[in-house]
Design a protein around this ligand. Structure first.
Ligand code: ADP
Ligand code: ZN
Ligand code: ZN
Length: 676
């Protein structure tokens, strides 16, 4: 990768590598993506080579060309001159030739699916047509199918508000028609010959999203997510970069995909934490999208039912334009939220009698019931009642989770597995207790409560086999009464038109979490789970079971909605000077010794910080030991992004110079999502 050149350099010649070959005649990346990478390397304090590496498909890095060549067929001079009548005896060849006469510029392989390979071969042998390799060319927008949908007044206002540049926050509850707004804007871009980039949170979401786009537009669509082979990924990238794809849909890393004619960037579910990369190059694809829009002078649309507090703050101070969809399209009901208090109520395997009764009512009325719990496995605690020994992971500060189906104890943080002990390993007592809830336990319990009802579990364990997730989704779509037990996998993106009741059995840990974003994420999750139901004509009920029914933010979320809830949280963040009212960065360190990470960070923290920057720590991470390594963090915070960056630069230099720096693994995380 050639970033620049110079005539003079301090490094000795022996350390330099020779440039061997010029692979591409034109720069592989357009200037905007180049600048985006340089900016990201600087802002996230990550080596520029790795940033460019992350921005390009593997095969491209390995030397494959940035442009794709595809097979094309076109008439030869002889073919042009030939009278079509002379092929009377070979009607298939005649039909094919007349097709080429109508398309004198030739056709791609994909465009002539209905002409058989043998006919093509025969025409080539007669030298009437020739095969060429050519780049696929810019997309042709060949039509749109509105499926009878007309934008509502609110949608039209949103659509009309989006101008040639700027960042827009589109807030509207699930089912309020945000995607329809994206589709209209993409259509507008396509009509102008411009491409759109759509970022979505997770691969599980992509098939449904892509289907909806394909049903709407007759235009090539390139898809980019982690489930592709290297070759597929390269092709999608090439199609985006060459302008062959009119729409590019992808997950986080697609933000670096060049577009020949950029027109629009959409970030759907902009609050989703999966837009932030947690390992290695720790960038936020959402934040880079905003920057990229600016560089390319195109509009960026951030959409969510539950926008992040950062984006709401940016909207409130006028950096983003705030657009709302307050009503669902006619015929789509809204859901009702309510709380079941667990005070003075017994539960069995996590379910109160009131909740079970309610579930029974919905099942008897032929509805489906969704039960959400964000923990796989059967039980998170294996406890000896005699000596209080617990099964902990030897490599992490975490409990081992009992998995019923595999009869194993598994650590969800490092993957460590072990047999289930028959007796306490400390006092040999044979009566070990399994405490706490996992999806497997809930599944077992609900099967015994509702023996005649289908109970389906949807989590990473139950969908490991290829196609199993899809077949579960198909079964749900049939609409027969059923209980669906699942994790995040179930909560994201899918529409379950027959779910009339959604249940959250365990949200309480958010109320005593040390993570200041825990409540924000809880609120987003509640509405996300709630949004799975009530999409169709049947209105949905959402029930939250909690020991903290009097929590004001929870009550506010339910009675006044996300906007009021978010305002309260923003007010709290303002008073405590937490993000988005300040900016944070973390220097993380880990090592095999329990003290070394802390000693190292102590050294980095030694020099006093200037007035506008606060330094916290170093302290051990909230999960100090993970995968056998001891982890610690140093937190920097400032109201000024610039000051924070400057201070971070200094600290990084002192980290590099530290005597310990070779013995610890350390990394920088700017705008961290969590402080683990
Ligand atoms: P969101 O993206 O906010 O969850 P969608 O765009 O998926 O909402 O819309 C929810 C449902 O409402 C979809 O089935 C969509 O086809 C339908 N819909 C959206 N806008 C309209 C409209 N203006 N008229 C009729 N149906 C609409
Ligand atoms: Zn572990
Ligand atoms: Zn014991």
């Amino acid at each position: 990768m050639l970033l620049g050149y110079t005539d003079e350099i301090d490094t000795s010649a022996s350390k330099l590598k020779r440039a061997e070959k010029l692979l591409d005649q034109k720069p592989v990346l357009p200037k905007s993506i180049f600048d985006l990478c340089i900016w990201a390397s600087d802002y996230y304090h990550h080596p520029v080579g790795e940033v460019f590496g992350a921005a390009m498909p593997v095969l491209l890095r390995q030397g494959r060309l940035a442009t794709r060549e595809i097979e094309q067929f076109a008439l030869t001079e002889a073919g042009k001159d030939l009278d079509i009548e002379s092929l009377k005896k070979a009607p298939k060849q005649q039909a094919a030739l007349s097709f080429f006469k109508q398309n004198p510029e030739g056709a791609n392989r994909a465009d002539i699916d209905d002409i058989s390979a043998s006919v093509i071969r025969a025409l080539i042998e007669k030298a009437l047509i020739e095969r060429k390799l050519a780049s696929p060319g810019y997309f042709k927008f060949e039509g749109v199918e509105h499926q009878g949908i007309n934008p509502s007044a609110e949608q039209q206002i949103a659509i009309d508000s989006i101008r040639k540049t700027g960042t827009y926050l589109l807030q509207g509850i699930t089912g309020s028609g945000k995607t329809e707004v994206y589709l209209r804007l993409i259509e507008r871009a396509l009509e102008q010959g411009r491409q759109s980039l759509v970022l979505v949170p997770e691969i599980g979401l992509t098939p449904q999203t892509v289907q909806r786009f394909r049903a709407r537009f007759r235009v090539p669509i390139a898809v980019l997510h982690s489930g592709l082979t290297d070759t597929e990924r390269l092709h999608s990238w090439q199609d985006a970069a060459s302008g062959h794809a009119g729409i590019v849909i992808g997950t986080r890393s697609a933000i670096f995909t060049p577009l020949a004619y950029p027109g629009l960037i959409v970030v759907d579910e902009e609050h989703d934490t999966s837009f932030k990369q947690h390992e290695g190059f720790k960038y936020s694809a959402r934040d880079l999208a905003v920057l990229r829009g600016n560089l390319e002078q195109i509009p960026v649309l951030l959409g969510s039912a539950t926008p992040s507090l950062e984006s709401l703050h940016n909207a409130q101070r006028g950096k983003y334009s705030h657009l709302h969809l307050r009503e669902r399209p006619i015929g789509i009901a809204t859901e009702n939220y309510s709380i079941i208090s667990l005070k003075h109520q017994d539960t069995h395997n996590g379910f109160s009698d009131r909740l079970v009764k309610l579930m029974r009512q919905h099942l008897e009325a032929s509805g489906q019931v969704l039960v959400f719990l964000n923990r796989r496995g059967f039980a998170p605690v294996l406890l000896c009642p005699e000596c209080h020994w617990m099964a902990n992971c030897a490599r992490c500060d975490a409990r081992l989770i009992y998995h019923l189906s595999r009869e194993r104890l598994i650590c969800h943080h490092c993957g460590f597995e072990s047999r289930v002990p028959k007796q306490c390993t400390k006092c040999q007592s044979p009566s070990l207790l399994m405490l706490g809830l996992g999806t497997q336990r809930i599944e077992e319990h609900l099967k015994s409560l509702f023996p005649d009802t289908r109970v389906m579990r949807i989590d990473r364990d139950s969908t490991r086999l290829k196609g199993s997730f899809d077949s579960l989704l198909d079964e749900i779509a049939e609409g027969k009464p059923a209980v669906l037990v699942g994790t995040q996998m179930l909560a994201k993106g899918h529409h379950f038109s027959n779910v009339t009741l959604s249940v959250m059995v365990e949200i309480d840990s958010s109320f005593y979490s040390s993570d200041f974003k825990a409540i924000e994420h809880m609120g987003q999750l509640i509405l996300q789970v709630g949004g799975r139901s009530g999409r169709a004509e049947k209105s949905g009920t959402v029930v939250i079971q909690t020991h903290f029914p009097e929590q004001p933010v929870l009550k506010q979320l339910i009675s006044d909605g996300y906007g009021a809830f978010a305002d309260t949280l923003l007010q709290e963040r303002r008073e405590t000077s937490l993000p988005p009212f300040s900016h944070q960065a973390i220097i993380r360190a880990e090592s095999t010794s329990p003290t070394l990470s802390l000693t190292f960070l102590d050294e980095v923290a030694k020099v006093k910080a200037p007035p506008l920057v606060d330094l916290f720590g170093p302290f051990p991470s909230s999960m100090e030991k993970r995968q056998g390594r001891f982890r610690a963090i140093l937190l920097l915070s400032s109201r000024s992004r610039q000051q924070l960056q400057r201070e971070l630069d200094k600290r990084i230099i002192s980290a590099e110079q530290s005597r310990q720096s070779k013995k610890v693994r350390w990394s920088v995380d700017v705008d961290p999502i969590d402080l683990f």
